[in-house]
Ligand binder design. Structure first.
Ligand code: SF4
Length: 277
């Protein structure tokens, strides 16, 4: 007999966590199935946060592990690193496991609603387009008008707060995600030197195989970690922060609890709903 199911993907990021909290409170009658698609290259802070979230929700978060890991797909793509132009990582490590998980049930007639954490202040993002007739997408934050400040309120009120990596990075996703800004690479090196070293190894291997892409546009991670370059990147970041802070209109009800996102500082990146929400 076909069923109606509700699924909600967690990226380890702020918005999807807040959506999970919101849905658990607004619709406790749904037997929500939470899932996290693990690329195997996630920050330790992500696993820690998911563990706390699981405790709050009182339901398990299903870990979808791709049948083939990053290294397998890297070989398939001739050792070329994924990049904004060739984003094989999202396709193979995020979307494919999701489809492998749900498609048999959808084909068998289950109707599944997938809840996506696009906020009401994010007109520019497109939702996950359903590619199966029995799969529909719901955007509850848009429907009820929850914006970034609302998301932070939800997480604070729940006691979860923000994931710990928000101290130095404003997106979830792989340790070496190419969508990172240069300042985030600098901080990755400071916070997780082993992950930075691993990213350098991947990059060297890619360049040796003729890849035109480095992780960060226009320079290798070897170049980016030179002390004088790090100073330059930090100074540029501080200038941007000061410029944006001077232009910001402060909400008197929330004078200082809304962190500045990288998108606001560096422009809207075409980030991915599976990885960065
Ligand atoms: S976080 Fe970045 S590197 Fe990882 S799968 Fe997503 S887009 Fe690719």
């Amino acid at each position: 007999m076909s069923r109606r199911r509700h699924v909600l993907g967690l990226s380890g990021g702020r918005d999807s966590a807040a959506l999970a909290v919101h849905m658990s409170q607004a619709h406790p009658e749904f037997e929500m199935e939470y899932f996290f698609t693990d690329t195997g290259k996630e920050l330790p802070e992500v696993y820690e946060y998911l563990g706390r979230l699981e405790g709050f929700l009182g339901r398990p978060i299903e870990r979808l592990n791709p049948d083939r890991d990053f290294d397998f797909w890297l070989k398939q793509y001739n050792s070329f690193l994924p990049s904004p132009k060739m984003r094989w990582c999202t396709r193979q490590l995020k979307i494919r496991p999701f489809e492998q998980w749900l498609w048999p049930a959808l084909d068998a007639g289950d109707e599944i609603v997938s809840y996506v954490a696009i906020r009401s202040d994010e007109g520019y993002r497109e939702g996950y387009a359903s590619t199966h007739p029995n799969l529909s997408v719901s955007l509850p934050f848009r429907e009820v008008g929850i914006d970034k400040a609302g998301v932070i309120d939800i997480l604070n009120a729940s006691g979860l707060g923000l994931p710990a990596y928000y101290e130095w990075r404003s997106r979830s996703g792989c340790t070496f995600c190419f969508f990172q800004q240069k300042i985030e690479w600098v901080r990755l090196k400071e916070r997780h030197p082993d992950s930075y070293a691993e990213a350098k190894t991947y990059e060297k291997n890619a360049v040796d195989h003729g890849s035109p892409f480095t992780w960060s546009a226009g320079e290798s991670l070897d170049d980016l970690e030179r002390p004088e370059r790090i100073e330059q990147i930090k100074a540029d970041h501080d200038r941007r922060l000061a410029r944006l802070a001077a232009k910001r209109v402060v909400n008197p009800l929330r004078p200082d609890d809304e962190p500045i996102d990288m998108d606001e500082l560096y422009g809207t990146a075409k980030v991915c709903l599976s990885c960065h929400k």
